[in-house]
Design a protein around this ligand. Structure first.
Ligand code: ATP
Length: 319
């Protein structure tokens, strides 16, 4: 196991009677991308503020890069780069000028500041736009400029609050690629909060599902899926058309089939089985006279996991 970089123990925050974060326990390791997921008001921002030493816990503690976030907030700030969901820049200054300015106020000598800023802007894909005013940047470009702004301080940890919000799909892919690169190639630990489950799933090594101040489950997506959907071993999807009306009924009678459901579109069948029946099921569907357009094994993703937890507003605990 790699080195623990963020160690959160029984972290708790009350606002008057309201418990915003309830005995949170998580350890995040060097170079890991950890996604903090949860609905509005779950306590994500409060947790981030406590990690940064900007809000005092009611109970418990957070150790970041070996420093106690409440007692040693300045040391923590030196190690952590924080990118809020809407970062402010000097709009009339160019991207490069903004980053050089951040470098200078962090004590980097002028010559080095410019060199490092240029290098970072290249790394985040803003080389062509570095001389453009920040006020003219798109939201995706601003987020990448924000990353450069955070990286100029050479942090060990980056905390990102909803980094992909409001960015077009191509911009999202670019940003995620950079975040992944920073974690895997540079060994930077990344903690990000997000609602964009599909995106988060692409880059997070582990996720924590957070609701009403409590961490309901954490782990990598596959492990969580196995914990949540343990009743059957395999789930297939079959995209069909022109199927006979009794196809579902007949499939349900096939030996080893656990259940058959119709997907939302009515064009997809979801078939759960106890053993590998792929060839048999595909053959059965074709022989029934239905047109089979696609057949495969369904991988459960973060969206499924999230829905499982939050559908109907009921949250469940997983051991
Ligand atoms: N300064 C404050 N004073 C009182 N209550 C607060 C304060 N900040 C947050 N809260 C409450 O604490 C709870 C957690 O809020 P928090 O902002 O941490 O959630 P969040 O998961 O970040 O939500 P969002 O995704 O909407 O930002 C909410 O019920 C919120 O109303």
């Amino acid at each position: 196991m790699t080195e623990a970089i963020i160690e959160i123990t029984d972290l708790t925050k009350y606002y008057s009677q309201k418990c915003a974060v309830d005995h949170l326990n998580v350890t995040i390791h060097r170079g890991e991308v950890f996604g903090l997921l949860g609905p509005n008001g779950a306590g994500k921002s409060t947790t981030i503020l406590m990690l940064l030493g900007l809000s005092e816990p009611s109970e418990g503690q957070a150790i970041v890069c070996g420093y106690h976030s409440t007692r040693q907030p300045i040391e923590v700030k030196r190690k952590v780069g924080y990118l809020p969901d809407n970062i402010g820049f000097y709009e009339e200054r160019t991207g490069l000028e903004n980053i050089v300015y951040t470098a200078l106020i962090n004590g980097v000598p002028k010559q080095e500041a410019t060199e490092r800023a240029e290098r970072l802007l290249k790394q985040v894909g803003l080389e062509q736009a570095k001389d453009k005013k920040a006020g003219h940047y798109s939201r995706g470009m601003r987020q990448r400029l924000g990353l450069a702004d955070v990286l100029i301080k050479d942090p060990e940890v980056i905390i990102l609050d909803e980094p992909t919000l409001g960015i077009d799909p191509q911009g999202v892919q670019e940003l995620l690629r950079i975040i992944r690169y920073l974690s895997k190639e540079k060994g930077i630990t990344v903690l990000l909060s997000s609602h964009q489950l599909h995106q988060v799933q692409q880059i997070c090594d582990r996720v924590g599902l957070f609701v009403e101040g409590r961490l309901l489950a954490e782990g990598d997506v596959q492990t969580l899926a196995r914990k949540l959907f343990p009743d059957y071993k395999l789930t297939y999807y079959a995209n069909v058309s022109n199927q006979p009306s009794d196809l579902i009924e007949k499939l349900q009678k096939v030996d080893g089939v656990f259940s058959v459901e119709e997907g939302e579109s009515g064009q997809q069948l979801i078939i759960k089985t106890e053993v590998d029946l792929s060839a048999r099921l595909a053959g059965f569907i074709v022989q029934s006279g239905a047109s089979l357009h696609e057949f495969g094994l369904k991988e459960y993703g973060l969206d499924d996991i999230y829905h499982h937890y939050f559908e109907g507003g009921v949250s469940r605990e997983v051991s």
